[in-house]
Design a protein. Structure first.
Length: 321
């Protein structure tokens, strides 16, 4: 379906697309820092829809065709000192955008899937808007703790380099970023990555938006206590070769959310390489449809998500250390 637009209030309009039958359970896909909804590839969305899900992908605020917020991005000094005063909005505001999108489109409770910063937004949505979420999948994300899920030292210099504005130079720069943080070797398709970067540049190139989004992440701080409030079925997917958000971030996320299951993906970096789609799509669809079936059968875990209570007889699965 072509792009559509939804006014979610507070001066924000979100651009979104849908795939599959609206009568099927909704899977809401939330993308990461400075990344447009098209990074949830069309083929990825279609394959999820073919598994029986009504797929919705959207641009977060400050990216793509959604509303861009005014105001200067944080300075390098503010980022390095993790100043919270630089934030123009919060992760909670971005989660509120997503909750309002579901409400305005009358989609009911969704199976929310978030990648990287999108995982943080999805976690916040599940914690603060439990009646909007049926299940949660957090991919290559973290809890905001400074003691887990931090970048490896060698990727810092890549991110500190200023991205050029000219199209070809920008594509070269971002291809270098993906080479530094993405899946290694044969898992990575450089041509497909460059195609995505070029399409994203042509669709929207706001050099300040990602900085404002990053400020929202920094302002959120450590969200571990909030993650403990999440009561919906949760799957945490994390690549073992992620150099941007270390694997310890996924492990900490799974530990923080009661009953969460951690799924390591051997060799995956901070990306969603096509060669791993069968594994990822199967995990996401199976998790969502299992949660949907449990809700239909009156599973106590699902009933508890509506009230914020959880059946004490349900035990959390052990998380690998």
């Amino acid at each position: 379906m072509p792009e559509q637009f939804c006014d979610v209030g507070r001066g924000i309009t979100l651009c979104y697309e849908t795939y599959g039958e609206p009568s099927q359970p909704t899977a809401l896909l939330v993308m990461g820092l400075g990344t447009q909804m098209i990074a949830w590839h069309y083929d990825f969305c279609r394959q999820l829809a073919d598994r029986g899900l009504h797929v919705v992908r959207f641009d977060n605020r400050d990216i793509g065709h959604s509303t861009h917020v005014s105001g200067a991005p944080p300075t390098l000094a503010q980022l390095l000192t993790r100043s919270r005063r630089a934030a123009r909005y919060s992760l909670a505001d971005m989660a509120e955008d997503a909750a309002a999108l579901l409400e305005r489109l009358s989609l009911g409770r969704a199976h929310v899937v978030g990648a990287s910063m999108g995982g943080m937004i999805a976690q916040t949505l599940a914690a603060r808007h439990p009646t909007s979420v049926r299940s949660l999948v957090s991919i290559m994300s973290n809890t905001g703790s400074l003691f887990s899920g931090q970048p490896s030292l060698r990727v810092y210099s890549t991110f500190l380099r200023h991205a050029p504005r000219e199209r070809d130079a920008f594509i070269d720069h971002m291809a270098g970023v993906f080479a530094a943080i993405g899946s290694p070797g044969e898992l990575r398709d450089p041509d497909e990555i460059r195609e995505l970067i070029g399409a994203s540049y042509d669709r929207d190139h706001d050099p300040d938006g990602p900085g404002r989004q990053l400020a929202a992440i920094i302002a959120a701080g450590n969200r571990t206590a909030e993650l403990r409030r999440i009561s919906v079925p949760t799957l945490v997917i994390h690549g073992t070769a992620d150099r941007l958000v270390g694997f310890s971030g996924g492990r900490a996320t799974a530990r923080a959310i009661r009953g969460a299951r951690l799924m390591p993906v051997e060799g995956m970096g901070h990306d969603l390489p096509r060669v791993l789609w069968p594994q990822l799509i199967d995990a996401i669809a199976t998790h969502a449809l299992t949660a949907e079936a449990a809700a239909g059968a009156g599973d106590p875990a699902q009933e508890g998500a509506l009230t914020g209570r959880r059946d004490p007889s349900l035990r959390a699965a052990p998380i690998p250390r």
